[in-house]
Design a binder for this molecule. Structure first.
Ligand SMILES: [Zn+2]
Length: 406
């Protein structure tokens, strides 16, 4: 891990007020000076991003690297700053996205066509254009049966599989009101995910250790983006799986199986059976697994889950300033959401302090000799994601990892 991260130059939290008083008060409210610093950096980076997007790939509709991701950033900015110009920007970018949908079988929020449709529905809803919002939702729900049946060997993971479609439904409910997509739709997808996981667990003869198992391209991935932890995070959300006893009987032991994969460092492998402790990314490793652990602690109450989650925080603090840069999927901004998740659950100012230090790192964008990502201005790999995080830090209790956290 030392070869992939830069040394964390910041002093760790020691409880002394000198470290935090310029950042936030006793209730976790940011000081006006620090908020001001975030705001001016956000403005500066937005201008750089807009300029950079002039040469971006014109035909990428996706949330991960394309126009829907930029639209999602502006939708987020509009919620936080309440400036109509941001909503207009969101409309403009989602319009570009809808013009170049993949029209493949990709069904997910991040890499498929349901992300653009869901983001468009949210933008139209905010613009009070209900007819157009309804039309987007109607088109989105046309994928429901394809996803349930899973024809063509559809995976279950977040980037290309069933939970990536499930997130589109959740996003609609978050943005348009909780009952916009009936719970039965969500439960139908969850049931298909459970059936698929039980089938694979039997196929690999691991029923006794893990009643559920999933794979993507013949590998049993562990992390949030392609793996078990990302899938279980959704299966543990309230009401997503019908019947609490099912969650306890099937999901809990499967979560415990992931817990057993923990390295001595507190990090997690990218795949089951991979002994190399190298990756500290949201997509692979503890910065993504933590969401499963925190949700398991909320649902089942066992203190071990919280202890493991706190250990994820230590791993990210030590090895989370990545040479890969400042993005969300595998960068410092995405890793910083680990601390925000811990802060929300524990209210311990240590975690908010650490998030602020990672924000400081991000505000020195480009000065650490990090690698430039393939899509340098995109939401999940590039600058749009960094801006998204800096804006989220202004309201730490409301912050959520975009396109993933419920
Ligand atoms: Zn990644």
């Amino acid at each position: 891990m030392d070869t992939r991260a830069l040394r964390n130059p910041y002093p760790d939290f020691d409880g002394s007020p000198e470290l935090t008083q310029s950042l936030f008060d006793a209730h976790g409210k940011l000081t006006s000076a620090f908020a001001q610093r975030l705001n001016s950096k956000i403005d500066e980076l937005l201008a750089v991003m807009e300029n950079g997007l002039k040469t971006a790939e014109k035909k990428d509709c996706t949330t991960y690297t394309g126009w829907a991701g930029i639209a999602l950033l502006y939708l987020h900015m509009h919620r936080i700053f309440n400036q109509p110009a941001f909503l207009q920007k969101a409309l403009e970018h989602v319009g570009r996205s809808l013009k170049c949908l993949t029209r493949r079988h990709d069904v997910t929020f991040l890499c498929g066509d349901t992300g653009p449709l869901a983001v468009a529905a949210a933008v139209y809803h905010r613009l009070q254009r209900p007819g157009e919002a309804d039309e987007c939702i109607r088109r989105l729900l046309q994928y429901q049966q394809t996803v349930v049946k899973g024809s063509g060997g559809m995976p279950d993971e977040l980037l290309y599989g069933r939970v990536g479609y499930l997130y589109s439904l959740i996003f609609i409910n978050q943005q348009l009101g909780t009952d916009r997509i009936p719970l039965q739709h969500i439960q139908q997808i969850s049931e298909a995910i459970l059936a698929s996981g039980e089938h694979l667990s039997r196929k690999f003869h691991v029923q006794n250790q893990s009643p559920l198992m999933y794979e993507w391209y013949n590998e049993q991935y562990v992390g949030a983006a392609h793996g078990l932890a990302g899938i279980y995070y959704y299966l543990m959300q309230s009401g997503f799986v019908a019947g609490e006893e099912n969650v306890r009987r099937v999901v809990k032991p499967s979560v415990d199986y992931v817990c057993h994969l923990k390295f001595p460092s507190g990090n997690y492998p990218p795949c089951v059976g991979d002994g190399r402790d190298l990756l500290v990314h949201w997509c692979h490793g503890s910065p993504g697994v933590i969401y499963m652990l925190l949700q398991a602690h909320k649902v089942f109450g066992d203190s071990q889950y919280l202890e493991d989650a706190l250990q994820c925080g230590e791993v990210v603090w030590r090895w989370g300033l990545l040479k890969k840069g400042y993005g969300l999927c595998h960068g410092a901004a995405g890793n910083a959401y680990t601390f925000l998740a811990l802060y929300r659950q524990t209210q311990d100012p240590k975690h908010l302090y650490r998030a602020c230090m990672f924000a400081d790192w991000c505000m020195n964008y480009g000065s650490h000799g990090c690698r430039t990502p393939d899509t340098p201005f995109s939401l999940l790999e590039g600058m749009a994601g960094t801006i998204y995080f800096l804006a989220d830090l202004l309201q730490p209790m409301q912050a959520r990892f975009p396109a993933f956290e419920v």
